[in-house]
Design a protein around this ligand. Structure first.
Ligand code: GUN
Length: 290
């Protein structure tokens, strides 16, 4: 049996269309236009692409996007000053500081400086704590996208065994909290986990977020499992160029899983769609409608 391929590009498109409809209503009825500030420090080429894509996606759904670029030599004090201004600016409903930051800037100080109500990445400790407590919050985009992709094929996750491979603050920890909230029995595996293949073989839902190309092999997958591949790894291709692969060996896994996300076209497109949704939610919260 080959797995159902979960189409993240199609789901992202419908989420974006929903955000665009709500945004048009908000502007028509209340005269409010959601604004997202994206801050880029330095010249990391991948970050430049991500920031450009985020700002283009904002414009497509009718948001105002504000891209703020600081040189790689910018100090933490300068960045904190910019965040303070954005926190005060009523036209800016969401603030996203693209990570990673240059080594001399403390990531955690910067995340802590963003007002939690404008923290559309959901990385502020207040939002992380609210998520862990089961309270309404702005939640990280990639984990939110993973949950929507699982629900496409498994609307009721109650009692399922979920394994999250990776314990980052951006993906592993928050997605584990969301799976728990959906009544899964959750295990978080990481680099010190013993016998990862055996842990994987127990999982009805497997989330791979480790950043190692094709690390999870097909025979680790429980037959019929739902596999969500968060990895985006660039590797050499046969033709001398490069290609993107996930953290799961897709060609093997597709023969065992019940449903699986491809790379590209799975989790990736959902991240920006959820960022747009979060920005709309932040706008509603700041306007007193949520
Ligand atoms: N760098 C890689 N992923 C992300 C993300 O989701 N948000 C931010 N701000 N930076 C990132």
């Amino acid at each position: 049996m080959t797995a159902r391929i979960i189409d993240g590009a199609a789901l992202a498109k419908s989420v974006r269309a929903g955000v665009a409809d709500h945004t048009a209503e908000l502007l028509k009825r209340q005269g409010i236009k959601p604004g997202l500030a994206v801050v880029l420090v330095g010249e990391n080429p991948a970050s430049q692409v991500y920031v450009r894509n985020k700002s283009r996606a904002c414009e497509e759904v009718g948001f105002q996007s504000y891209t703020q670029k600081l040189p790689a030599t910018a100090t933490e004090v300068e960045l904190l000053g910019l965040i303070a201004e954005l926190n005060e600016n009523p036209q800016v409903h969401g603030i996203l500081v693209q990570l990673p930051l240059p080594p001399d800037i403390n990531e955690s100080s910067v995340i802590n400086a963003i007002h939690p109500i404008k923290d559309v990445d959901g990385f502020h400790p207040v939002n992380a704590g609210r998520l862990a407590s089961g309270l309404m919050s702005l939640v990280p985009c990639t984990p939110q996208g993973c949950m929507m992709l699982i629900r496409e094929v498994l609307p009721d996750m109650r009692g399922k065994k979920a394994l999250v491979v990776g314990r980052s603050n951006i993906v592993g920890k928050p997605v584990a909290m969301m799976l728990l909230q959906a009544d899964c029995t959750v295990t978080v595996a990481h680099s010190r986990t013993r016998d990862l293949p055996e842990e994987c073989r127990q999982a009805d839902i497997l989330i791979a977020a480790i950043g190692k190309p094709e690390f999870i092999r097909g025979d680790w997958i429980k037959p019929g499992a739902v596999v969500i591949d968060v990895g985006i790894n660039r590797v050499p291709a046969a033709d001398g160029k490069t290609k993107l692969v996930g953290d799961v060996a897709f060609a093997e896994a597709v023969e065992r899983a019940g449903a699986i996300t491809p790379v590209p076209g799975g989790v990736g497109p959902m991240t920006i769609a959820c960022l747009l949704q979060n920005t709309l939610q932040a706008t509603m919260m700041q306007s007193g409608w949520a």
